[in-house]
Design a protein around this ligand. Structure first.
Ligand SMILES: [Zn+2]
Length: 425
């Protein structure tokens, strides 16, 4: 029944490789957001020639959008022969900077053995190419399918997705009336279904002091010492408390199956001098110190409580430490999300993985967020997973690559998923 689909995926191996290489060769580095229009046009032209209607959408006014770096998104839709559900594949087209340590050309798309190398190879141009080939094979071999297939290539996932999926979700592109099933082909491995992610709370805390001469610190009040007291409290009480909180979410890696906290940055006292300044710093008591907290929380935790336990630490210091004053600024909050294992998209992909790979899939949850947050929260669409080829650990690393066999296997899973969900009755 499905062997023709599987065989046809194998037959398009060269097409899949060429497509992946072409996508890697468009250096869509973000920030700042280079070549977004070029990659949208490239994907759009290909899909238009295969019966899709395409829309180019610029996220005007979104963070980072400018005439120099417009935030372009592509949404393509191919209607079937009869009414039915819409299955949407959403890939982000941006990649992070290359960094250092490469032994291959980051934008060359070099092929060695069973791998294609390049920035974005696994995160996630390989996934984008895989979903395109899977959808093309399905439409070619099952031209009478019901419903519709959508493929999007969206901006800015690496910087929060506000010029990409969030912008589209706000305009109804992921509303349950328009789209019923979403797969995000992030590199989670071909045998894994990612149901969602932990929550995020970012906040900046500032402590205040009074400036004075550094030789007479007793005449001032050091904001750095106040911050040190806060960090001491965090070490002594908050970290141990977080370590005891575990979750039923199958987060990978397993060490992320607890609440975590990172202090993203710390700044105190005098600002760093401009580059080229060769003089000494001046002796002053710090009047301000700031940290940025990155708290990742569990589906079992309430966002208000996550915030309150930090406020409690600050208030305790205010009562016990003379001169302690602070400001807490919320920067970013995203609630945790986890799609139900019984959801139709989960069942369809589970069945396809079992058929293609001959094994039961692993269910996982991501430690960090990805664009599912916007689809779930703004789009109100909960039938969404991440599923795609590639090894997550390679994302953002030097010599990032995607396996060709992995892409073919994932393409088979995706095309069978379409067959499961859109078969003409
Ligand atoms: Zn990604």
């Amino acid at each position: 029944m499905t062997t023709d689909l599987l065989r046809e995926i194998d037959a398009r191996r060269d097409d899949l490789i060429a497509l992946t290489v072409d996508l890697i060769r468009i250096p869509t580095v973000n920030p700042p957001g280079d070549h977004y229009r070029q990659i949208c046009d490239y994907v759009g032209d290909r899909l238009k020639a295969r019966g899709y209607t395409t829309e180019l959408i610029r996220a005007e006014g979104a963070p980072g959008d400018s005439d120099k770096h417009p935030r372009w998104n592509l949404v393509a839709r191919r209607e079937g022969k009869s009414p039915g559900d819409t299955v949407h594949f959403n890939s982000h087209h941006d990649v992070v900077e290359i960094g250092t340590g490469w032994t291959t050309d980051p934008f060359g798309g070099e092929i060695k053995n069973d791998r294609i190398y390049g920035r974005g190879a696994c995160d996630m141009k390989g996934g984008l190419a895989t979903s395109i080939i899977a959808a093309e094979v399905f439409a070619d071999l099952r031209p009478d399918y019901a419903g519709a297939i959508e493929i999007s290539a969206t901006a800015d996932e690496e910087t929060g997705g506000y010029g990409g999926v969030a912008y589209l979700a706000e305009r109804g592109y992921f509303s349950p009336e328009r789209v019923q099933h979403v797969i995000i082909p992030e590199p989670l491995n071909k045998n894994r279904i990612c149901l969602g992610h932990r929550g995020v709370w970012w906040a900046e805390i500032e402590t205040f002091g009074r400036i004075a001469h550094g030789s007479m610190p007793f005449l001032g009040d050091s904001a750095i010492r106040h911050m040190a007291a806060l960090l001491g409290e965090i070490e002594a009480t908050l970290y141990p408390a977080l370590a005891t909180r575990t979750t039923a979410m199958p987060v990978v890696p397993p060490l992320a199956r607890q609440s975590t906290l990172n202090i993203n940055s710390i700044h105190g006292g005098q600002a760093e001098p401009e580059g080229g300044y060769t003089g000494f710093p001046a002796p002053v008591v710090a009047h301000s110190a700031r940290i940025v907290l990155d708290r990742r929380y569990l589906i079992e935790e309430q966002p208000a409580a996550v915030r309150q336990e930090v406020v409690d630490l600050l208030e305790k210091l205010k009562l016990t430490r003379p001169g302690f004053t602070y400001d807490l600024r919320d920067l970013w909050t995203i609630p945790p999300t986890m799609t139900d294992k019984g959801a139709p998209i989960v069942r369809a992909v589970d069945k396809a993985i079992t058929e293609v790979l001959g094994l039961t899939p692993d269910y996982v949850v991501s430690p960090g967020t990805y664009d599912q947050k916007h689809i779930d929260r703004i789009g109100r669409l909960h039938n969404c997973i991440a599923y795609g080829p590639g090894i997550l650990d390679l994302a953002h690393q030097p010599d990032e690559y995607v396996g060709i066999t992995d892409m073919l296997d994932s393409a088979k899973v995706m095309t069978l998923t379409l067959d499961n969900l859109l078969s003409a009755s």
